[in-house]
Design a protein around this ligand. Sequence first.
Ligand code: IMP
Length: 185
Amino acid sequence: MRLRFVTGNEGKVREAREYFDGIAEIEQVSFDYTEVQADSIEEIAARGAREAFASLDGDDPVFVEDSGLAIDALSGFPGPYSAYVEDTLGIERVWSLAADEENRRARFRSVIAYASGDRSDPDVETFTGSVAGTLVSPRGDGGFGYDPIFAYNGTTMAEMGTEEKNAISHRGRAFAAFAEWLSQI
Ligand code: IMP
C-alpha cells in the first residue's frame, strides 16, 4: 500500500516511515493546504486532507497530520499557535515561561486526517493521539520542535530514538489508530 503524507516536516516523515515500515510505503508530498480557523483541529485536518487530495495529481490516498502542545499552567498555550510560537519565541523561551510555574505538566495532541476514494467526493477519516508529560530544561539532540523540552517518564523526546518516541508519542498513538483502521479495510 502506498500512502502520500502531505507535510514539509522531515521529522514527521521519519516517524511515519519508521512506524509504517512493512505496512505501507510513505511518500512525502509538499502541498500548502489552508489552515482555516475552525472549531476543532479534526476539522482543520479533515479539510486539509480533502483539499490536498482534490488538488494533487494521482489517486493514491493522502493523509495530513496536525499537532500542538498545551501547557496546563498556561491554560493550554500555545495550543493551535504551537508552530507560530516555536518560530517566534523559540522553545527555550517556552521553557522559561513554564519554569516559573509549579505545575509543569503539558500535553501533545495529534490529529491525522486520511482522504481516499473519489477525489471530488472523498472519504475522510480522522485519528487522534495524545501524550501527557512534563516540561524540562532542553535536553537531547534527536526529534524536532519541542522535543528537547518535553519529558515522558524522565526522558525528553529528543533523547529517544524514533521507534522509542513512536511508542509513546501523540503521533505514534495516532499512527497506531490509523494503522489499526487500515488493517481492517
Ligand atoms: P504542526 O502540526 O506541524 O503545525 O506542528 C505544530 C507545532 O508543534 C510545531 O511547532 C512543531 O514543531 C510542534 N510539534 C509537532 N509535533 C511535535 C513533536 O512530535 N515533537 C515536538 N514538537 C512537535
